[in-house]
Design a protein around this ligand. Sequence first.
Ligand SMILES: Nc1ncnc2c1ncn2[C@@H]1O[C@H](COP(=O)(O)OP(=O)(O)OP(=O)(O)O)[C@@H](O)[C@H]1O
Length: 228
Amino acid sequence: MIRLENVTKVFDNGVVALSDLSVEVAKGEFVFIVGASGSGKSTFIRLVIKDEDPNEGDLWVAGKRLSRLKSWKVPSLRRELGCVFQDFKLLERKTAAENVAFALEVIGRPRHQITKTVPEVLRLVGLEDKYHAYPHELSGGEQQRVSIARAFVNRPRILLCDEPTGNLDPHTSVGIMKLLDRINRTGTTVVMATHDQHIVDSMRRRVVELEDGHLVRDQVRGVYGYGG
Ligand SMILES: Nc1ncnc2c1ncn2[C@@H]1O[C@H](COP(=O)(O)OP(=O)(O)OP(=O)(O)O)[C@@H](O)[C@H]1O
């Protein structure tokens, strides 16, 4: 589903964010990307969504070879991907339901389908009583649920999450992880970059650890650190 082959990313300032990285993620897997600040976790995700291109090596995502993907085909790649970020990135002037609907409007889905799908997905994330709430009327955990609903509403094959619990307290984070786990169990591949040792240790899923852009560990049912 995702394959990085000898990927190196050097930014214009000379920083080597990823170095000769080869990783493969199969369909339906749940993978944590861990590592210290600056180890390359976000860069990994940005390359997968083709927000950045590697200097060397190549990526295959949802059956597409990214170096061969014409720029006009990037939107079709992104339709296969859902993204969740630490800071939610919701539209402040739209309600929860409108934020989710917007993801379908921009890809031209018909109105009747939007009207049917949006309540379904908001129910899935446990926000059936918050359809008409604006982001500022929601807690951090609820805002993250809206952002997961928006990422998932188009039933992407891959969900990419960059520190999705980074702004949330431990209790709220557990709820978000249960939701991501449920989404994973529907067959969606989930890749999550995180610092959250407690979450990684409690989920016991595959752990890929980066250090200065190098792969230093790839463990099937891992914990955050060897000592953890
Ligand atoms: N657009 C950019 N231009 C220049 N350097 C960058 C850019 N983006 C990231 N970097 C550098 O690349 C390295 C890897 O950054 P990255 O954001 O991938 O790390 P990270 O593991 O996600 O860190 P954090 O956990 O702090 O978010 C860092 O040294 C960072 O400063």
